[in-house]
Design a protein around this ligand. Structure first.
Ligand code: AGP
Length: 608
């Protein structure tokens, strides 16, 4: 995610802004910038790369005198990492500067309207639209201008704003992106997150959705979306800086798990407009989609597991053949690729060596390529013919969670799009898919809220030696991911098996008390998987079942049951993974493992 800071008070603002941004570096970024009012103008300085480049450029802020300003670390979502795309962004006359964290979903429409009115843009970002909108609606009252844009902008935002004509103030407003206000002894601050202000104050206000904050060096006032002043209470933060970077969570992995409702929403919402799926970045019209005769999905690790899910969803929904390959295999097997096929490379980092090499192999053979990538401007994002971003924000923990569930969302959207173009679904079915997709964030939130039960169960298995995950169809795909999560962070041996395959050898490993997690969400396969569960329990296994709410029958065949809310059969992986993530996390914590940085692993495997 981007990070924003702001300061106004008696001290020089630039050093405070740079210090605050340094405390937000953990959020991941590719460029940074600050804007300071120097008594006459709003000075802006930006730099691509690490924050120290910006610090060196400004001599640690000394070249930017002034006691009020805003700053930003950018995690690119719209527009590659560049000086032009870095924040802060000005309006044309440079009398307003803005920093932004979030996604303006209707920025293209707003940009088009502004350009028709003569506004000229300097960047490819969604944020710059806000700067010009404020310019359009500012008639002397900043709060009035801010409320006006709040009624026009769709999506998520946390904004820090300074107006040249109001030098003694800085302004902030949020919707769905985090923003806090700090009340210090020699000045007041805004920030995306607590770590940026802790050096100056522990007395903070958490801004709620659609609330505006107006700061002077001494005072802080709050307003609602109608411009009416409101009263707010402050909170004293007692976290230490290390805990604060994790938002109060013990590990980045847990924090990122709990970000999933929002990151699923961020990946989904901008691509559903007026009841239709809009994937502009796909760059294919319905006829071109119909011309695709086969899809190859290539990836590594969890991204590969997302690809296995995609096979079931695409083939089931769109009736298009899908072949899924481990990238490390694909690149050396001289794959047979035809020019009416599509190769989709899935990668969180966009830098995985095997996946990048597979992409280049596909391009060498002249086949169309699409990247599903989380890091904007990464190698795979740049080299694929087209890229569909998963807007999960930077993922710090080595074990992926939010990027994986965002990859599932991207796949579902593509599958529905392909099914529609190929005439494989009715409009009523599409309406049902979209309704179920839009319910997933709240359902994920509900599953995360009952972590205690999973934590209690996990504590019983911290000494486990072998754990198996089984399922049929799409439940096999999620079993692969559940198994990898457990082994990579708890170091417990685990295997995922197609439930129907167990009796062909592996069932010989089942002993008294061996834990087997059976994922059973596919109605047409319940009975088959239940009979596999009975085979297991009759050989002494302890079976944990993950199944749909209401399927109480399964309690006869399982020793422990976790229910997931009802959703479309194609989307159950997005819910079943949540208890499996929590289970793995609490087993690893119980074992005292380094959850965020497991031994032998790297966040991005950029070597073969
Ligand atoms: C997942 O938890 C692992 N960190 C690993 O399997 C990862 O999914 C794999 O290395 C692929 O990485 P990528 O998505 O960045 O290409």
């Amino acid at each position: 995610m981007c990070g924003i800071v702001g300061y106004i008070g008696e001290s020089q603002a630039a050093p405070v802004l740079l210090d605050g941004l340094s405390k937000l570096e953990y959020r991941g970024y590719d460029s940074a910038g600050i804007a300071v009012y120097d008594g006459e103008q709003i000075q802006v300085q930006k730099a691509v790369g690490r924050l120290k480049v910006l610090s060196e450029l400004t001599h640690d802020g000394a070249t930017m005198p002034g006691c009020s300003g805003i700053g930003h670390t950018r995690w690119a979502t719209h527009g590659a990492p560049s000086g032009a795309n870095a924040h802060p962004h000005y309006n044309q006359s440079e009398t307003i500067a803005v920093v932004h964290n979030g996604i303006i979903e209707n920025y293209l429409k707003l940009r088009k309207r502004l350009e028709e009115k003569g506004y000229q843009f300097r960047s490819d970002t969604d944020t710059e639209v806000v700067a010009h909108l404020l310019d359009r609606y500012y008639k002397g009252d900043p709060v009035e201008a801010i409320t006006k844009i709040m009624h026009r902008v769709e999506g998520s935002y946390a904004l820090g704003i300074i107006f040249k004509e109001h030098p003694g103030h800085i302004y902030a407003v949020r919707k769905d992106s985090p923003l806090i206000v700090g009340h210090g002894k020699d000045g007041n601050l805004i920030a995306s997150d607590v770590p940026a202000v802790l050096k100056y104050t522990r007395n903070v206000y958490f801004i709620q959705n659609e609330e505006i904050a107006v700061l002077t060096g001494e005072t802080i006032a709050f307003y609602n979306v109608d411009g009416e002043e409101i009263q707010k209470g402050s909170t004293t933060i007692d976290w230490d800086i290390n805990a604060a970077e994790k938002g109060g969570y013990e590990h980045f992995m847990l924090k990122e798990m709990y970000e999933q409702p929002q990151t699923v929403r961020d990946t989904l919402s901008p691509r559903i407009k007026d009841g239709s799926i809009v994937i502009e970045e796909l760059g294919m019209d319905e006829e071109e989609i119909r011309g695709i005769r086969k899809i190859h999905i290539v990836a590594c690790g969890s991204a590969y597991h997302a690809g296995v899910t995609a096979k079931y969803v695409f083939e089931g929904m769109a009736r298009i053949p899908v072949e899924v390959d481990l990238a490390s295999e694909f690149r050396y097997r001289n794959p047979i690729l035809m020019d009416d096929e599509l190769v989709i490379v899935i990668s969180q980092s966009g830098e995985t060596a095997d996946s990048l090499a597979a992409l280049r192999e596909a391009k060498r053979k002249g086949v169309k390529t699409l990247g599903i990538v989380n890091v904007v401007g990464s190698s795979i994002a740049r080299e694929a013919d087209r890229v569909m971003y998963t807007w999960a924000g930077p993922e710090i923990a080595v074990a992926t969670t939010k990027a994986y569930t965002a990859q599932l969302i991207a796949e579902y959207l593509l599958a529905v799009k392909f099914a529609q173009a190929r005439g494989e679904v009715t409009e009523a079915e599409v309406e049902g898919y979209l309704k179920d997709l839009q319910r997933l964030p709240d359902q994920i939130e509900m599953l995360l809220s009952n972590k205690e039960r999973i934590q209690h169960f996990a504590n019983r298995y911290i000494a486990a030696k072998d754990v198996f995950f089984v399922g049929r169809g799409i439940d096999y795909a999620i079993s692969l991911e559940g198994s990898l999560k457990l082994k990579e962070i708890s170091y417990i041996h685990s295997e995922a098996y197609a439930a129907g395959e167990l009796k062909h050898g592996t069932i010989s490993l089942i002993e008294e008390g061996t834990l087997v997690a059976a994922v059973v969400t596919q109605e047409n396969l319940y009975k088959k998987t239940v009979s596999n569960m009975v085979e297991l329990t009759s050989r002494g296994a302890f079976v944990l079942a993950v199944t749909n709410a209401g399927n109480r029958e399964i309690e006869k065949a399982a020793d422990y049951v976790v229910y997931i809310p009802q959703t479309n059969k194609y989307f159950t992986n997005s819910l079943a993974i949540i208890p499996l993530q929590l289970f793995s996390y609490y087993v690893a914590v119980g074992k005292g493992c380094d959850v965020d940085k497991p031994r032998n692993l790297a966040k991005s495997v950029t070597v073969e």
